[in-house]
Design a protein around this ligand. Structure first.
Ligand SMILES: O=C1O[C@H](COP(=O)(O)O)[C@@H](O)[C@H](O)[C@H]1O
Length: 764
């Protein structure tokens, strides 16, 4: 007869996300499967919230625990019982801890024939692990015969080797190694659990080919569609390498590459640790990093420290090597990222193709000679379900107890370019949530889903220095969901993006921008003023536009730039082309501030200048260019043209906020095509209008209603002919917008800068 046993489950962080999403449901599953007359349970939900509020929150949370489709009355009854067995407890002070140990938890006399267990599950921030462990050790840990205590920790287990060791030391003062359970939920995923049984069951086939003679490379991927929104603070601290490569992915590597254990736990641990100790420290040149383009936007929303966020990798690809006779020379490639095109985790073992066809190549049979691979598909990606795929031209696998054949329906599915029909496909018989498995293992004292202290030390040893070395590297920006510019290759032991240049560039994010703004010398008409010789002036403005473009593209994925006509603009375009060849043209939309109603080839056309001097020299998508007048009709300007331009602005420009506009200023103080005494100066309703000044042709122009919504405005004033108007505007006499339209420039953003060259400022 087995001794009766009771288990107290004490869940810290009982009201948090992890508990809400997985833990309570998993503890209910435990109760459902394990509880008998002889095996009883109590559950305690712990947080720092006051008793009443915490208790209400917990009750709500438990309402969501359910039978997951099991409609039997047994499950319904057990669910009812389970909810009754959960008690909320506020634990903040030493006294509260002590009284919890004394009065709430079950206690038994020494030497009773009863097994008592206590699970302390810490779903709380790691910085309090040590102090909570210390308190638990003094109030609640069982120290009598037939009793056990387990301390369960969620990652991150430190942020580098040193911090992990010091955390392990601190906790080790209160709990012994066998009492510490560090969760790695990937080790509890259904396919991961089948890796070793599968290898064992196919020992004769597999163990002879799982080595450097036969394996070309191993890929381990953890691709996610989710981004890091809501977790920026955590992500800025950890980034993708610490978050998943150092732990889940390296653990997966160990399972496919370690020597098979002889089914003894001690073998399992020592073989795994041996393998981990053979993985070479990752080098800087072995890691590529990327950041999805809206990351900084999320960081800003979450009030993160942007100067740190710019460096956070949300994507990484790493090349690892194992220094052992079995694996020497086999590249191990890890890929993981947020905001990618699919949620797919897998280990792909690709075998060498060493067959050369000499004769009969026309009928060379793909199913016999095509790519040979084994794929452990852990999260499904585009497959109908998770499972293990073995190329039919490799061997026909024997299935261990936990797997069954998957019948591939006629519907074609492809895996790395090969039809699913070209694989033997086996799937786990049960596919429960990983946390259900974690909790069951925990209860049974089975340490398969947990990380030992020695293992942890190896894991950090592999990754610590490269994380440090790359911490100030600017990750390559990528577009969410599907950016082929993340594709990379490896040769001569080095990883390289196929497209070296990011289509999005965000280095030197805004620091320089802020600096340049704050160091401007003075003000003009209430706006920031920069006075310089013209060459320097245009370079400064080009630099500013480039900076704003990069940061805007990084945040919003699109940049709207509105240009004026005039000879000064030509110098600006040349400065941009010369100094900023990496300008993000692909993501830039070009608008016009104003235009004369002339055909494209007419010398009066502003657009012709923009086109010839700028657009023809850069790679900008045709659809991003928005000329103001309509060259497809004889009458290039009409009411229809005004409406068309307005509609285009409304369609493309979010909230009608252009990101950057370049204005000029005429000798009469006009700007855009808004001339002194024009009725349009007071038009607050329209965005675009036709206009004329006495001496010249008709024009189209943007109005102040949209100009003043721009996020950044630069007014270029250049040449000695402008000196008088600059002088007069700088004077103390009060002026009004009706006579000096430039005074109407009053952007809501406050980001207006006058770029005035020496000639215009000082005169001849
Ligand atoms: O541990 C982690 O894993 C999740 C992904 O887990 P999955 O079971 O959904 O594949 C990841 O989103 C998270 O950033 C990381 O901390």
């Amino acid at each position: 007869t087995t001794m009766p046993q009771h288990t107290d489950v004490v869940l810290f962080g009982a009201l948090g996300d992890l508990s809400r999403k997985y833990l309570w449901q998993s503890f209910f599953q435990l109760y459902l499967k394990e509880q008998t007359e002889n095996k009883t349970f109590s559950f305690y939900g712990i947080s720092r919230d006051a008793q009443k509020e915490g208790s209400q929150k917990l009750t709500k949370l438990l309402d969501d625990v359910n039978c997951e489709g099991d409609i039997s009355s047994v499950c319904g009854l057990k669910l009812f019982e389970f909810r009754q067995l959960v008690t909320y407890v506020q634990l903040k002070t030493d006294e509260q801890f002590d009284s919890f140990g004394e009065h709430k938890l079950k206690n038994i006399p020494e030497n009773s024939d009863f097994v008592l267990g206590r699970i302390f599950y810490l779903a709380i921030p790691p910085n309090v692990y040590s102090s909570v462990a210390a308190r638990l050790s003094s109030c609640c840990k069982l120290k009598i015969r037939h009793a056990w205590s387990r301390l369960v920790l969620e990652k991150p287990f430190g942020s580098d080797l040193q911090s992990a060791l010091s955390m392990a030391r601190d906790i080790g003062k209160h709990f012994k190694e066998e009492e510490i359970y560090r969760v790695d939920h990937y080790l509890a995923k259904s396919v991961v659990r089948q890796i070793l049984p599968f290898r064992n069951r196919n020992f004769n086939h597999l163990e002879t080919i799982l080595n450097n003679e036969h394996v070309e490379r191993i890929e381990i991927a953890m691709k996610e569609t989710a981004d890091s929104k809501g977790r920026i603070e955590f992500y800025d601290k950890y980034g993708v390498i610490r978050d998943v490569m150092q732990n889940h992915m390296t653990e997966l590597l160990a399972l496919v590459a370690m020597e098979l254990p002889n089914n003894h736990h001690s073998d399992f641990d020592s073989n795994k640790n041996k393998l981990l100790s053979q993985v070479k420290e990752v080098k800087e040149e072995h890691v590529l990093t990327g950041q999805y383009s809206r990351y900084l936007h999320h960081a800003e929303q979450e009030k993160a420290n942007i100067s740190l966020s710019v460096y956070t990798p949300t994507f990484a690809a790493s090349l690892l090597n194992i220094d052992s006779p079995r694996w020497n020379g086999v590249p191990i490639i890890m890929i993981s990222g947020k905001a990618l095109d699919e949620r797919s985790s897998y280990i792909r073992i690709k075998f060498k193709d060493s067959v050369m066809c000499v004769c009969g190549c026309k009928s060379f049979n793909v199913s016999q000679h095509g790519a040979r691979q084994i794929i452990f598909q852990i999260n499904p990606g585009s497959l109908p379900t998770v499972g293990i795929l073995v190329s039919k031209n490799l061997f026909s696998p024997h299935l261990p107890e936990g797997l069954e054949d998957m019948v591939v329906t006629s519907q074609e599915s492809f895996v790395f370019g090969q039809s699913l029909n070209e694989f033997y496909f086996s799937i786990p018989k049960t596919n429960e949530n990983a946390y259900v498995t974690v909790v069951r293992d925990l209860y049974r004292g089975d340490k398969k889903s947990f990380v030992t202290t020695e293992g942890l030390e190896h894991l950090w040893h592999i990754w610590s220095s490269v994380i440090e070395e790359t911490k100030h590297r600017h990750p390559k920006l990528y577009l969410e969901k599907n950016d082929i510019s993340l594709n990379f290759g490896y040769s001569n032991g080095i990883l390289r993006y196929v497209e070296q240049e990011s289509s999005l560039v965000a280095d030197e994010f805004s620091e320089r921008e802020r600096l340049s703004v704050s160091s401007l010398p003075s003000h003009f008409l209430g706006h920031v003023l920069l006075v310089k010789p013209d060459v320097q002036l245009y370079k400064s403005l080009a630099e500013k536009i480039n900076d704003v473009a990069k940061t805007t593209v990084a945040k919003a994925g699109i940049f709207h730039l509105a240009l004026s006509g005039g000879s000064s603009s030509i110098q600006l375009y040349r400065a941009i082309l010369k100094h900023f060849p990496k300008f993000p043209w692909r993501w830039t939309h070009i608008w016009q501030v104003d235009e004369r109603c002339a055909q494209y080839h007419d010398q009066l056309s502003n657009f012709k200048t923009i086109d010839e001097e700028l657009l023809q020299n850069v790679r900008i998508p045709y659809g991003n260019i928005h000329p103001m007048v309509d060259y497809s009709v004889a009458n290039v300007c009409s009411t229809g043209s005004v409406e068309r331009y307005k509609a285009a602005l409304v369609h493309f420009v979010s909230k009608l906020e252009l990101d950057f506009i370049i204005l000029g200023m005429g000798q009469d103080g006009h700007t855009a095509s808004l001339f002194p005494k024009s009725g349009l100066l007071k038009d607050n309703e329209n965005l675009v209008a036709m206009t004329t000044n006495e001496s010249s042709v008709k024009r189209m122009t943007l109005l102040f209603s949209i100009l003043n919504k721009a996020r950044h405005t630069a007014v270029i004033v250049s040449g000695h002919k402008k000196h008088d108007i600059v002088d007069s505007l700088a004077g103390s006499e009060k002026k009004n917008v009706n006579n000096y339209p430039i005074l109407g420039v009053n952007s809501q953003s406050g980001n207006v800068t006058f770029y005035i060259d020496n000639d215009a400022w000082f005169g001849k």
